[in-house]
Design a protein around this ligand. Structure first.
Ligand code: MLT
Ligand code: MN
Ligand code: ZN
Length: 310
């Protein structure tokens, strides 16, 4: 199984269009080590020929242009794409807006939870994706689904499971109490496996906390790509960027007693990689003490173009 990180940043990307935080300003200046990052997406393939996108980033066009594997195959006709399926983990803008860049008659299977498919149905702009070319397949929660494209297996199985999180920002219901109207299926994690080899990994780009069930699910696995939005829960407030904590945004932080680094300790996960990294996060600076701390704890920081073979 081949995994490529197309975009390693959280919503807004790095640098973000309206942001002059220290990280964004230094990235704009081209300071060494502060690599620009596009918004959150992975590509996965069993054979290197057909590809599945995990989330469709607003930067999808740029991401596809940067990766020759995702270019149309010369022998496949004048209009084609090796992208045969897109699987969504939530309805956030940074995970769905790229669908609009796949509207030019590209045929692919679109998989998401009933909740996220509901958000697409409610936003008629997504009807630009012709359902005869882009069938919408509900992703069952807790039951593995073999991915197919017009009846042909893509050789990958997706298992969706609920993770603690929050409904998409534009669907928040302020009258619904602290849960903001969040329901099962608003945020899912994925276990992606290749039944032919048994290789498997987890992709969880948005997660508010790690409860006992999630910890047991991840115990002993080979690879997790996990929510690395913030280093500290109040980081955006401290930098004057927002009034929201990470918890309010549905994102666990890396550090702290209830952070992801602590929660993964003892779970024996062989490879741990942070994705969906917000531009405010100090781990983006290669010389920061926070980066050193994360690496000391055995974590890697994803970057655009990162490749993993399982
Ligand atoms: C998030 O990850 O919190 C969202 O992408 C926020 C947003 O939709 O802007
Ligand atoms: Mn996001
Ligand atoms: Zn910034």
């Amino acid at each position: 199984m081949l995994i490529k990180v197309l975009g390693s940043a959280a919503g807004g990307g790095f640098p973000q269009v309206n942001c002059s935080c220290r990280n964004c300003a230094d990235a704009r200046l081209g300071k060494p080590g502060l690599l620009p990052r596009t918004q959150s997406s992975l590509a996965v393939s069993r054979d290197g020929q057909t590809w599945v996108l995990l989330n469709a980033s607003p930067d999808l066009r740029q991401q596809v242009a940067a990766r020759h594997e995702l270019a149309p195959h010369a022998q496949a006709g004048v209009r084609s794409s090796p992208i045969k399926a897109v699987v969504l983990t939530n309805g956030d803008v940074d995970h769905i807006a790229g669908l609009l860049s796949l509207r030019e008659g590209v045929a692919f299977t679109l998989c998401a939870s009933e909740r996220v498919l509901g958000a697409l149905i409610a936003n008629s702009i997504f009807d630009v994706l012709d359902r005869r070319l882009v069938p919408r397949v509900p992703l069952p929660i807790g039951k593995p689904l073999e991915l197919t494209h017009f009846g042909i297996s893509l050789g990958l199985t997706m298992e969706a499971f609920p993770v603690p999180g929050k409904v998409a920002l534009y669907l928040e219901d302020p009258t619904a109490g602290s849960a903001l109207g969040t329901r099962v299926g608003d945020t899912i994690g994925l276990r992606i496996s290749d039944p032919a080899t048994g290789a498997a990994f987890f992709y969880i780009p948005g997660c508010a906390s790690i409860d006992g069930g999630l910890a047991e699910r991840l115990r002993g696995c080979a690879l997790v790509l996990f929510d690395g939005t913030l280093y500290s829960d109040d980081e955006m407030i401290a930098q004057g960027l927002s009034t929201k904590t990470g918890k309010r945004m549905g994102h666990i932080s890396m550090s702290g007693r209830d952070g992801s680094i602590a929660a993964f300790r003892g779970l024996d996960v062989k490879r741990r990689i942070f994705v969906h990294i917000n531009n405010s996060n100090p781990v983006l600076r290669p010389d920061s003490p926070e980066r050193a701390e994360v690496e000391r704890a055995g974590w890697e920081i994803a970057f655009d173009g990162m490749e993993i073979q399982l």
